[in-house]
Design a protein around this ligand. Sequence first.
Ligand SMILES: O=C(O)CCC(=O)C(=O)O
Ligand SMILES: [Fe+2]
Length: 329
Amino acid sequence: MEKHNTKWFNIECVPHCFKFPQEERPGDAPIPICNKIPVIDLGKSQKNETIKQLLQAGQEFGFFQVINHGIPENVATQTLSTFEEFFNNMTDEEKVNVASRKGWIFTGSQEEVKNGVHLWRDNIKHRCHPLEKCMQSWPDKPATYREVVGRYVAEIRMLSLTILELICQGLGIESGYFNEQSEVQLLSANNYPACPDPSLTLGILKHLDPSLITIIYQGNVSGLQVLVDGKWMCVETVPNAFVVNIGNQLEIISNGKLRSVEHRAVTNSKEARTSIAIFVNPTPNSTVEPAKVLLNDSNPPLYKSILYKDFINASKGFGVHTDVIQNDS
Ligand SMILES: O=C(O)CCC(=O)C(=O)O
Ligand SMILES: [Fe+2]
C-alpha cells in the first residue's frame, strides 16, 4: 500500500503540467458511444461477405472490431492482466532508469510531453517479431511476461495476416502483397491510471497510426475515441473483440480507398485502463506506394512512393524513441 501511494498519479488534483489547452481537452460534455463502427464476425463461412464488410468499414470509418477471430479469450485476458501487473509493480524509481534497458522502452508520464503537456499514461514498447529473436530482451517481471505476451503476439500475428489477406483480396491486390510489407510487429501497451479530472487530461493525443494496421485489445474499460464526421465518438467495448484500425501505410497502398482516421485515448475517474496495441509495420527499408494494380488513367496515384523509414523519421511516428525502435534489429 505504501508503495502504491508513491505513484505519480495517486493525487487528488490534476497538476498544471497535465492540463491540456482548452481546444485539446476532452471537456465535460459526454462523448457518445459510436454504434456504427462495424463489429465483423470472422467466423462466418461467407468469405466474400466478410471481405465486403472489412472494406466498407475501412473506407467509411478506418476502424472496425472483429469477433469470432479464433483467439481464445483467456489468451487476451491473461495478457491484459500481465500488463496490469507489470505497470502496477514497477516503482517510480525503476521507471526513471529507462535508458539502461535493452530491447524495450518504457515511457512514463514524466517523459511523455506532447505540445508541452504531460500525457496521463505509462507505456511500454517493444518489437515482437520474429518472436524467438526479440523475446529474450523483453521484461522478465512478472515472471510469466515472456510466455504470456509471446503467446499473445503469435496469435495476433496470425490474425493480422488473415485480415491483411482478406483486405488484399477485397482491394484486388495480388495475394501475398502484404507478406513482405508486414514484417515488423511492434507492441505498445498503455496504462492510463484513474484520473481525478478526466476533462483536463489525455492518455494519448489525437493521432494517426503510422502502421499498416493496428490491432488493439482494450478489455472492458472504454477510453478509445475516434473522429466520426468531425465529432469524437467512443469505441464501444465488445466482449472478446479486437479493435482494428487502418494505419497510414495501408491508406497509401490502397491509394486512399481505405482511410487512416484520427483517434485519441481519454482517461476516466473510476478505474485504470490498460490497452495493448500491436502495430503491424513494413520493414524500414521497404518502399510504400499505391499498389500498381489500383492505378490507371482515371485513378492516378494520390501518394508518392516513400521508404518506410523516411516516413517514420520525418513524422517521428513512434514518439521520442522512434530512432531506437526503427534501428532495433
Ligand atoms: O489505448 C487505446 O485504446 C489507443 C491506443 C492507440 O491509439 C495507439 O497506441 O496508437
Ligand atoms: Fe493509435
